[in-house]
Write a protein that binds this ligand. Sequence first.
Ligand SMILES: [Zn+2]
Length: 354
Amino acid sequence: MGLIIDPAGAASSAPRTPGLDAQPLGSAVRTNDLSVTGVVGTRIEAAAPPDGSNVTLVLVGDIMLDETPGAVIARGQDPFAPFAAILDGADIRIGNLECVVATSGEAEPGKPYTFRAHPRTLEPLKRHFDAVTLANNHSGDFGPGAFGEMLGLLDQAGIGRFGGGADLAQAHRPLIVERKGLRIALLGYDGFLPRSFEAGYDWPGVAWGEDEQVARDIAMARTAHQADLVIPVMHWGWEHETIANPRQRQLARLMIDAGADAVVGGHPHVIQDTEQYRGRPIIYSLGNFVFNGFSEASNNTGWVLRMELDGQGVRRWRTLVARIDAEGIPHPDPAGGGDCWERGQEAAAPCGGE
Ligand SMILES: [Zn+2]
């Protein structure tokens, strides 16, 4: 794909998820219960939260709501309940929705695993998440029609979405979440085949992580969308590899050079290493979160990432260890664990004092 699309160019057709989307300038915007911003006729100014008042962003890895997690929801249980306190205590909660949520479509022929969750699964999702990235290798499992149905269901449920959309321009447009005066742009990209899930000029699908396009999207998030912080959420890497591959490292650095404040990824079904590049964190893979069907302990261990953000970027981050049970439901590890990092630190280290 040699063409560069302009995500700002089609802003008028942006999804209008209440409280979660880029809003036109000059309009009064009530983003959510936590922040009221904007005055009619004035520009929304980026006010960094006062000292000591950070915005907390929680990110989790793969959420797959078909199969046993879907059955857990069908019988009235909430797969996110064990992490409710951590999720609900954050200002922004984000996950990777690793399935399509729809009733329509046909499974992609020849694809070894295809996941389609019932629309009822959006009820618990909505309870604990503000938005999901759709940029992954399963959101297109039942074709573009089912993907399009999911977009409507997410919008109806009031769950924000990014990394995918009704067309290519929308798939590359950031979701702007504003909390405590801080405008955070979330972008999502898939880098794992099949590329046939990619959105086109007039059909729905995911955003694909091409160097030049990603760099442009990040720049546009700051200019056209007035974001204070930009965080790409990636779907990449080799499955079951605990160390990020050269392509992940190259693209992560390119994104930070282009202005990203942090890069967070998933897909390998295991946790991967982390690094700081130019003082900005890269968490290569959070692993699974809600996912059944794995027998190895490494696949049934995921990270919940909690970041504290301020006007300068990520002030500190830590991971919390999730142990995933046989039904694919995550539970906080009673032994604690996880890695911690603070601005200025060279590398993350195991969290102490637990
Ligand atoms: Zn995946």
